[in-house]
Design a protein around this ligand. Sequence first.
Ligand code: HEM
Ligand code: HEM
Length: 190
Amino acid sequence: MILKYVWDPFVRIFHWSLVVAFAVAFYTHASEWDRLIHIRAGYVAGALILARIVWGLMRTGYASFDSFPLNPLWAVKHLYRVMQGQAKHYIGHNPTGALVIYAMLATGLIAVISGWLVFNEGWLIDEPALLQSLHHYSTWGWLALVVIHVSGVLVESILHRDNLIWAMITGCKRVCKINERRPQEIKDNF
Ligand code: HEM
Ligand code: HEM
């Protein structure tokens, strides 16, 4: 068994900061007193997501979007293999995890933008009820994705006997029995 350095410091700091910003925004959402804390946490989440998008567009190894392509078909196939107990082990994000990650980044952006619009009385959009609904569904939808995400992380950790949570803290994964495969090879495999 060897340890492989997978998650760079940016990804790890981004991840745990986003978890905190999301938790604070959710915890403070219902209180008028905490509205300013809610809004600031929301802005922090938005800034983190934008920074992650820039990082993903650069040549950043396993953090690069090229290394975990958005492909719903691969995502479904990987999930099917997980259920059959024949899932492949990926060094970076697996295709199902990748789909949920992209969904969380997109939903997070919608939540922040819609929150900003609600707070600024719609800015140029004179549809307060619609914007409130958008903020409501995007934030609760994001929470649902987080539940799916954490369940997926736990399932993969158990299946592959690899503590993915610890890897997101230290940056290192246990890579015994893993064949490193580049995106093109992943594509050929599906
Ligand atoms: C607000 C809650 C959360 C959000 C929004 C979130 C979001 C994300 C995102 C965007 C990534 C991709 C990382 C990247 O490539 O930059 C990720 C990966 C990951 N997250 Fe979370 N996460 C949340 C909570 C958690 C929690 C509570 C845990 C641990 C129990 C966790 C464990 C992980 C792990 C282990 C990975 C790497 C998965 C892999 O190895 O492929 N996340 N998360
Ligand atoms: C991490 C990002 C955010 C999360 C998770 C979040 C979460 C929530 C939730 C769950 C609600 C209650 C919605 C409902 O159940 O109907 C809410 C309300 C609200 N949020 Fe956010 N929010 C975020 C970002 C923002 C931002 C960036 C702003 C403003 C700049 C904002 C402004 C508001 C306002 C004004 C309300 C009250 C809406 C109303 O009166 O119905 N939020 N937020």
